[in-house]
Ligand binder design. Structure first.
Ligand code: OGA
Ligand code: MN
Length: 297
């Protein structure tokens, strides 16, 4: 018998989950190294479907981080209260602290994470935002806590000519501190503000891999649109968000334990549906660092 060729080592099964985006991928075991051909194949599947669901991945944090490295450099998050003390590349999307104790809903971490209940794309407030993220369902909720994703290529394509004209060549401001004005959170200190100054990002971006145009907004961080009054800026962001939330563009993921979801932050937004804060929800995220500034389309 001849040895299997590199390309045939992993047999992937891909099942589309929604007409707009999302695919379930079977045939991957994240605890094992990935051969180069499979890594390339996954990258292509990811670019095609935007959000991949890998069921049944009983991974340690270290294995999760190692798998992330096939797609780029894992980010170490700037806030100590969010990142894991054990594995620094892990961003804890969790209402349970690392000693296993449930946090009260008014805990600053729970408050900050609750803003993920509004549409956003991760780290758009950085000059170089992240490429994507991988989220591992360690303890999943049953009272809600579903994660929704919207396809921002399709959203852009669906905009009226009038809206396209309003955003073409325009930038929106993305401010990490803006998020803190919306929850019951302490405003950023002057030092924190200086470390994370607001950035202006194009509202229509060109995806560096696919070359396609996508709407690029992140409503929890957007506090201004170039050349518009605060009221008009807010109205425009609200209107664009309403279109992005149309069910025809949205896949909703109901979590099972040990699902790992991988999404592209350059062409999607996401949000989590509300859940009972007395229910434990422990999700571990790695974040793939971006390499370049956002390209205007
Ligand atoms: C995130 C996020 C949503 C969720 O990890 O970036 O927004 O379902 N999570 O927890
Ligand atoms: Mn997020």
């Amino acid at each position: 018998m001849s040895a299997p060729t590199e390309a045939s080592i992993a047999r992937l099964t891909v099942r589309k989950l929604h007409p707009a985006l999302g695919a379930e991928v079977r045939g991957i075991d994240m605890r094992r190294p990935l051969d180069a051909a499979t890594a390339r194949e996954l990258q292509d599947i990811w670019m095609e479907h935007l959000v991949l669901v890998f069921p049944g991945q009983h991974v340690t944090d270290a294995e999760h981080v190692a798998f992330t490295r096939y797609f780029g450099e894992p980010e170490i998050f700037h806030q100590k209260i969010i990142r894991s003390e054990r594995v620094k590349e892990i961003f804890r999307v969790s209402n349970v602290n690392e000693d296993g104790v449930l946090m009260p809903p008014d805990h600053p971490v729970a408050q900050q994470l609750s803003l993920a209940q509004f549409w956003h794309t991760d780290s758009s407030y950085r000059e170089i935002p992240c490429t994507g993220a991988l989220l591992h369902g360690v303890e999943v909720s049953r009272t809600g806590g579903e994660t929704q994703f919207t396809n921002m290529y399709l959203v852009y394509d669906a905009l009226s000519e009038d809206l396209k004209r309003q955003i073409e060549g325009r930038k929106a401001q993305h401010d990490f501190g803006h998020m803190h004005t919306q929850a019951n959170l302490k405003p950023l200190t002057e030092e924190e503000k200086a470390a994370m100054p607001p950035v202006w990002q194009p509202m229509v971006r060109k995806h560096p891999v696919t070359g396609r145009k996508a709407l690029y907004i992140s409503p929890i961080y957007n506090d201004a649109v170039e050349g518009m009054t605060p009221d008009d800026s807010r109205r425009l962001i609200v209107e664009l968000t309403r279109i992005a939330a149309d069910p025809r563009f949205v896949y909703t993921h109901r979590w099972e334990t040990d699902d790992v979801l991988m999404w592209d932050n350059r062409c999607t937004m996401h949000q989590v549906t509300p859940f009972d804060p007395r229910e434990r929800r422990v999700m571990h995220r790695t974040t793939i660092m971006g390499q370049d500034r956002v390209m205007a389309a």
